[in-house]
Design a protein. Structure first.
Length: 100
């Protein structure tokens, strides 16, 4: 039974879905993806073509509007000429520096 009291009828205060650390890690990931693409002197459309997706789809990865799974990340690394191991190493290094 629903009780219509102020406690139950008010929307709950929104809290961040992710702790600040998680948001920081996400920003590091997105910046790394973009930075490595730019270092390879590739446009978003170049990488998208190599991945067989649209530029719009790819840009959602870089903006964080679309999650990237491990297999897609592996393909992305291949498309920009970076090994997955090197990508993870760079991510961990940036993450470590951000914590200092």
């Amino acid at each position: 039974m629903y009780v219509n009291t102020p406690v139950y009828s008010r929307p709950m205060a929104r809290t961040s879905a992710r702790p600040a650390r998680r948001q920081s890690d996400r920003r590091i990931l997105l910046d790394l993806i973009r930075g490595l693409r730019e270092k390879a002197k590739l446009l978003q459309s170049d990488v998208a073509a190599r991945l067989g997706i649209t530029q719009s789809h790819y840009s959602k990865y870089e903006r964080g509007d679309r999650r990237i799974d491990l297999l897609d990340l592996l393909d992305l690394c291949d498309a920009i000429g970076v090994s997955l191991e090197d990508f993870v190493r760079q991510f961990q290094e940036r993450r470590r520096r951000a914590r200092i």
